[in-house]
Structures are given as structure tokens and as C-alpha cells.
Design a protein around this ligand. Structure first.
Ligand code: NAP
Length: 302
């Protein structure tokens, strides 16, 4: 059997089109568009490329987008003042501070200064609490877990009553997706097990999973014999395992990426599976756009 591929690249296009249409409708009816600011401190090439992609996507869906670049030696107080400025700016619905920040700045202090109602990354303790309560309390689910849940739903996988096993318990992926899948509601209502390095028999838990979500950061951690035949496998891992010549830019090298699941063997057993790259990866920025649109809708009460 060859599994159905759940492609983040295709689902991203569907969602971005839905967002674009909704933005146009809100603009027509209410005369406003969502505003997203990305704050970049310093000039790390990786951070610049992430921010550029976020801004490009925001532009594509019709948002007001502001890129606020600050020097690497900005004092912490000045950065806090900048966040305060955007907290009070009515045209901005989402504030994103690109991480990591330079060492002299307390990252936690900065993230906690963002107005929870503009915290479209969903990392503020208020939003973590809202996610834990579930239901109508939830405002901004963190982007990668939100993308995972969206992929499961759009792939038509039954979640109600499903055994979900999550490998990994990080604050940005494992814990929030586990919490989301156990809530009562659409795309959830599952029985959830979370496994980690303290787990006695990882394989035994994985073998029970109707939906296996792997976010460990260990290439090929999950072996094909750990997968229940027909299961839905979501591979969140992105591991650089080497370099190869670029096809798009001859003469340049690009990273070879691998997930946490032995894909080639797993796809013969699973019912559906996400590839790496092109699986969960493209969903994160997509869900950032969705959260920013939601933020404006909350404000307008629609
Ligand atoms: P993390 O903070 O390093 O957490 C990894 C988790 O996996 C930890 O809870 C760890 O357990 C567990 N783990 C590691 N090795 C294990 C093993 N051998 N057996 C069982 N559990 C193990 O990583 P993360 O931030 O969640 O990211 C995980 C992966 O997803 C990375 O490859 C990352 O690049 C990728 N990622 C992708 C996206 C995206 O595509 N958009 C977004 C975020 C992350 P302990 O808690 O016991 O240490």
C-alpha cells in the first residue's frame, strides 16, 4: 500500500486563497484590512529570510504589512517601547518579534510585553492558558500546531475517538498539539498520549496510534514497524542531514532535509503521511496569516 500524501504546499495555497477572499470582503464591508508588524533585531541571514517570507505572504493576502528592522544593539527598554507603540496602534492586529533576540535582551520579557490580543504567534502565557481551557476561550493557537490540526482535518482523517500519539513535548509543538487534539470539538476529541525521552517503550505507544504526530528533531527516529497499518503520520521534524547542489541556483549548495520518520518505508504502511520538506513546514506562516485575520475579526466582532 502507498500512503496518500498530505502536502502542506497544496493546503497552504487553499488557505491563502480563502484568507485573500475574506480580507477583500472585510475591506469592502468595513473599510479595514488586517495589519501585521514583524520586528527584526539584527541582521542574521536566517531571521531575515524568515521575516521576508512572512512579509511577502502578508502582502500576497492583502494585509497591511510593516517590517520594523532594528539595530542589533537596541537597548531592551527601547524594544519594549517599540512593542508598546504597536500595542497601541489601531492599524496593527498582529505583532511578531522574530527570534532569537541578541543575548542582552530578555526574550521572555519582550514576548510577554506583547498585547495578548495581538499575540498572533500564540506564545504569550495568556494565550497558552486560553488554549488549555479550549473552546471559545482560544484566540490564537500557536502556528505550527494549528497547521498540523488543519492538515489532519483537510485530509479527511477522523479525529473523534482516535488514538493520537505525540512524540515530543516542546512548548511550541508537542504540548500545544497534544492539548488541542484532546479538546472537545471538530478536528479533535481524540485520546492523546505524549511520549518523550523519559518514555519506557516508545515503539509500543507509536504502534497504537491512529494519528502519529512526531516532533522530536531526530532523523528517522520512527521506524516503519512502529506504524499501525493505515495510520495518519504527521512528521514535523526538519533535520539537516547534508548538502546538495541547488537546481534553482547552479553553483550554490542547499541543505538536504529529512524528517523524524523513515519516510520511504513508512509510506508503504501508513494510510496518509506528510513529506519533508513540503509537509508541515509551509503551514506555519500560513497559520500566522490566519491568526492575524482572526485578530481583526475579533476586534470587529465578526
Ligand atoms: P525540541 O524543543 O527539541 O523538543 C523535542 C522533543 O522531542 C522533546 O520533548 C524531546 O524529549 C523529544 N525527543 C527528542 N529525542 C527523542 C527520542 N529519541 N525519543 C523520544 N523523544 C525524543 O524540538 P521542537 O522545537 O519541538 O521541534 C521538533 C522538530 O520539529 C525539529 O526538527 C524542528 O526543526 C521541527 N519543527 C518544524 C516546524 C515547522 O515545520 N514549521 C516548526 C517547529 C519545529 P525531552 O523533552 O524528554 O527532551
Amino acid at each position: 500500500m502507498t500512503a496518500k500524501l498530505i502536502k502542506g504546499t497544496e493546503i497552504r495555497e487553499e488557505i491563502l486563497e480563502e484568507i485573500t477572499a475574506e480580507v477583500a470582503e472585510i475591506k469592502e464591508k468595513h473599510g479595514v484590512i488586517p495589519g501585521l508588524v514583524t520586528i527584526l533585531v539584527g541582521e542574521s541571514p536566517a531571521s531575515i529570510s524568515y521575516v521576508t517570507l512572512k512579509i511577502k505572504t502578508a502582502h500576497r493576502v492583502g494585509f497591511k504589512e510593516v517590517q520594523d528592522s532594528q539595530s542589533v544593539d537596541i537597548p531592551e527598554d527601547d524594544l519594549l517601547a517599540l512593542i508598546d507603540k504597536y500595542n497601541n496602534d489601531d492599524s496593527i492586529n498582529g505583532i511578531l518579534v522574530q527570534l532569537p533576540l541578541p543575548k542582552h535582551i530578555n526574550e521572555k520579557k519582550i514576548l510577554n510585553a506583547i498585547d495578548p490580543d495581538k499575540d498572533v504567534d500564540g506564545f504569550h502565557p495568556v494565550n497558552v492558558g486560553r488554549l488549555m481551557i479550549g473552546g471559545d476561550e482560544v484566540k490564537f493557537p500557536p502556528c505550527t500546531p494549528a497547521g498540523i490540526q488543519e492538515m489532519i482535518v483537510r485530509a479527511g482523517v477522523e479525529t473523534k475517538g482516535a488514538e493520537v500519539v505525540v512524540v515530543g513535548r516542546s512548548n511550541i509543538v508537542g504540548k500545544p498539539i497534544a492539548n488541542m487534539m484532546l479538546q472537545k470539538g471538530v478536528g479533535a476529541n481524540s485520546t492523546v498520549t505524549v511520549v518523550h525521552t523519559g518514555t519506557r517503550d516508545l515503539a509500543a505507544h507509536c504502534k497504537r496510534a491512529d494519528i502519529l504526530i512526531v516532533a522530536a528533531g531526530v532523523p528517522d527516529l520512527v521506524k516503519p514497524e512502529w506504524i499501525k497499518p493505515g495510520a495518519c503520520v504527521i512528521d514535523v521534524g526538519v533535520n539537516r542531514v547534508g548538502e546538495k547542489p541547488s537546481v534553482k541556483n547552479p553553483g550554490k549548495m542547499v541543505a538536504v532535509l529529512k524528517g523524524d520518520v523513515d519516510f520511504d518505508a513508512a509510506k508503504e504502511i501508513a494510510g496518509s503521511i506528510t513529506p519533508v520538506p513540503g509537509g508541515v513546514g509551509p503551514m506555519t506562516i500560513t497559520m500566522l496569516m490566519k491568526n492575524t485575520l482572526k485578530s481583526l475579526k475579533f476586534k470587529l466582532g465578526i
